[in-house]
Design a protein around this ligand. Sequence first.
Ligand SMILES: Nc1ncnc2c1ncn2[C@@H]1O[C@H](COP(=O)(O)OP(=O)(O)OP(=O)(O)O)[C@@H](O)[C@H]1O
Ligand SMILES: [Mg+2]
Length: 218
Amino acid sequence: MTASIVTVAQSKGGAGKTTVAVQLATAMLAAGHEVCLVDVDPQGSLSRWFEERQRRRDEQDRLSLVKIGGWRLGVELRRIVRDVGVVVIDTPPHANSELKTTIREASLVLVPCQPSPLDVWASRPTLEAAAQEGRPIRLLMNRVPPRGRAIEEAQGALAQLGALPLEASLGNRQAYVAAMARGLGVIEHEPRGTAAQEVLALQAEVTHMIGLPAARVE
Ligand SMILES: Nc1ncnc2c1ncn2[C@@H]1O[C@H](COP(=O)(O)OP(=O)(O)OP(=O)(O)O)[C@@H](O)[C@H]1O
Ligand SMILES: [Mg+2]
């Protein structure tokens, strides 16, 4: 089996990389895919979330996690993609050779970005890295407030950068924080909530973009 790899990257710290990686992975899981999360960030926040999950979930969970770094990364990623349907990679907020490897291997590079011109401008190095490697890339607006000029202003900055946003976006919602604390995605934590609807839309759009075949839900 060949997996699709989604690399979540953004050089700005705290933009929502780990949150987006968790939400996308758990939504792909709910859609019936076998998913492997890859934690490339030495901070290990994603691994910490996974520990919490393992404390609460049964052994049948079709979501796994590997923490990899260093020279083995490329080889390990190519090994993982032979075994699972979807790989979601969480990356650190700084550029290094490991980040480059995860971008090179990606079917899609997803760049979470808060809706302010400063954050959009800060996305430039990540956009350039993906362009250099010739990989498809999309911005994902995160922590979007319910109203106001923030989105309009961010869109102006996006247009200047020539960056494409996904149609899906995530609001600034407590459900994302609460689900994280319990080792869950919002789809599992509050399946009928607004956050879950946002994540389903994200999963559908990403699935379409990377041409992932529909999975069998068992
Ligand atoms: N959509 C959201 N709504 C509410 N809170 C959010 C949302 N997205 C992220 N957060 C919160 O913002 C903070 C930063 O998010 P997160 O850790 O996912 O960012 P990051 O890009 O992975 O950070 P780092 O660069 O340090 O790895 C966390 O406290 C997280 O719970
Ligand atoms: Mg993180």
